[in-house]
Design a binder for this molecule. Sequence first.
Ligand code: A2P
Length: 317
Amino acid sequence: MLSFTLASGDRLPALGLGTWKSAPGAVYAAVKEALAIGYRHIDCAPAYQNEPEVGKAVAEAIDSGMVARTDLWLTSKLWNDAHAPEQVQPALQKTLADLRVDFLDLYLIHWPVVFKPGVMFPRRGEDYISLDALPISLTWKALEDCVAQGLVRNIGVCNFSVRKLDTLCRQAAIRPAMNQIELHPYLQQGAMLEFCRENGIQVTAYSPLGSGDRPAGMKKSGEPTLLDNPVIQRVAAKHGVTPAQVLLAWGLSRKTVVIPKSVNPERMRQNLAAAQLGLDAQDVADIATLDRGYRFVDGSFFAGPGSPYTLEQLWDE
Ligand code: A2P
């Protein structure tokens, strides 16, 4: 299995199973199947509201000897309502209990957005706390303490702009090991990849397939689809593979971790096999032309009326 090395020296499998939108009832079987066919990296979050089921599958796989904990990479994320330093460890402990493990390989701040404690999804302005009132640097210090206590091996962030990452790097005792961001041919993130390369930060690409199963409320009308893109389809036909495999191989070729979500055994197999596909220079040049700065997950759900957050402030664009 292809793997990338983090600043700590830990190696993480380059292709992991995404679990966002994997419904309870389906994700248990999906994780069991994924581990059986060779996935060794599961990307989780309490916000996905399925960690107890993921944990059941993980525990059974470990107990049955299918996989050793040390051969498995588990990532989870701190939700927006637990940024206050005294809330970080309880949130992490809940995730550890749900996943039925005593440490995480990687723990990420899910968004540079803060909610009041207990708010899962905000409905009004009072549900938010601004970053001026509760800066990331305080949350980060609490994550560093979790490393010192052996609860997590690596820490990082998600959805951070270059500007926010740069600020955090200057404040941190332990530099962020990872930025997990939306990344695919419509959002190629060139400047971010360059910044991360220069600063020893690994990038994970989420929604590498375009996240077609997002809830309707998160979709814009007339948005482009990746799997149907003619260039992607042409490259797939040329290599005798599927469009999804092209998208994943493209992400891996740029040295980004990819975490395609699937609950379908055949598609999980197909996605894992994408690591064997090599794209040629012409494919890479053709796919480079598709960049259009398009976000499927644009964060507008955090920028509603009364919110202290705006999209300009979120992405620093
Ligand atoms: P399913 O879970 O039924 O396989 P993303 O990882 O970008 O969020 O995309 C997830 C979406 O892509 C889900 O709807 C998932 O459906 C679908 N998907 C996953 N793997 C493939 C594949 N190999 N081909 C087509 N669609 C896929």
